[in-house]
Design a protein around this ligand. Structure first.
Ligand SMILES: Nc1ncnc2c1ncn2[C@@H]1O[C@H](COP(=O)(O)OP(=O)(O)O)[C@@H](O)[C@H]1O
Ligand SMILES: [Mg+2]
Length: 299
């Protein structure tokens, strides 16, 4: 994939063409994990995707745009500490965290954040096969900017009508989709801009997270509405993650269930880890990422 200009909020950002001397002349595929609110599993999903890609042997860059919470940044730093402490041979991504600007003036703060984000992207995008960008869950400038660079946009949502409402208004009695949410409109806007500039189609994938193992009725309802919504606002629905302790218990060690069978890690694999691993493999397959076909069995 070539470099190119991407226009964001009336500002054109150029990802320079890479140095021809560079061994990897094409740019990385950019996966942006974003949605309208916090707490739906963006950082958790981003980390699990990063470790999946590393496990498949790819070089991965990670950008945490939620510099205030810095969940992804801390997850990756915890991994580095654990690796050093236990002298482990585990693959690491290259991390960049974009802290919120200390500048008081809004325009200055935005250009400061933009400059640091684009510099980080520029640095990572020609050195890696994939760059995973974790967004803050709000209608912020930096989140919009992040979305505009997506080759794949992955939106995790909790399995509830409240989260569905963040994609579109749904009629309470007919369960028909009435109108897209501000978030869906924003994604639409970024897709239009991108198509005009480099003719690139952002592949938008929505996944359900923290699926309950018991509430089958609610699950079916949401599934039905989601599939109507998918054709109305053009996303693909992907298989998601169940509500499982294994998706959060390894944060302090910076690990995921994919790391557990490696030498010296010191955490025993359980049935729940195996089930979660299966869910993760399923999700990765459905993302249709370039070059992964013959590597998925490593997961
Ligand atoms: N599938 C899951 N099962 C159990 N807990 C989860 C799951 N996904 C996320 N969590 C937990 O939910 C909380 C919010 O997740 P996080 O990834 O930080 O969301 P976001 O980045 O969207 O704010 C965290 O405590 C996280 O550990
Ligand atoms: Mg987060």
């Amino acid at each position: 994939m070539a470099g190119g200009e991407i226009n964001v909020s009336n500002v054109t950002v150029t990802l320079d063409e890479p140095n021809p001397e560079n061994e990897q002349p094409t740019r990385a595929h950019i996966i942006v994990v974003g949605n309208a609110k916090g707490g739906s599993g963006k950082s958790t999903t981003a980390m699990h995707i990063i470790i999946s890609l590393l496990t498949m042997g790819f070089k991965v860059g990670a950008i945490d745009l939620d510099g205030k919470q810095k969940t992804l940044g801390r997850y990756i730093e915890n991994r580095q500490s654990y690796i050093s402490k236990k002298k482990l041979q585990l693959a690491m991504p290259t991390l960049r965290v974009i802290e919120p600007s200390p500048k008081k003036n809004m325009d200055e703060a935005q250009s400061d954040e933009r400059a640091r984000f684009v510099a980080a992207l520029q640095e990572l995008v020609y050195e890696n096969n994939f760059v995973v960008v974790d967004c803050p869950g709000a209608d912020s400038f930096i989140s919009k900017l992040g979305h505009s660079f997506a080759d794949t946009l992955l939106t995790p949502m909790n399995d509830s009508f409240i989260d569905l409402d963040l994609l579109a208004t749904v009629n309470g009695s007919s369960l028909e989709v009435e109108k897209p949410s501000w978030y869906s409109e924003m994604v639409w806007e970024q897709r239009k801009r991108r198509a005009l500039i480099d003719n690139h189609k952002i592949d938008w994938v929505v996944m359900r997270n923290r699926l309950s193992h018991t509430d089958a009725h609610n699950k079916r309802h949401i599934e039905k509405i989601l599939s109507k919504l998918a054709s109305r606002i053009s996303f693909r629905a992907a298989p998601g993650f169940g509500e499982r302790v294994v998706f959060r218990e390894l944060f302090l060690k910076g690990l995921t269930m994919l790391d557990l069978n490696k030498k010296g890690v010191g955490v025993k694999m359980s049935m729940s880890h195996v089930a979660a691993r299966h869910e993760l493999r399923h999700l990765i397959k459905s993302l249709n990422l370039p070059g992964i076909e013959d590597k998925v069995e490593k997961l």
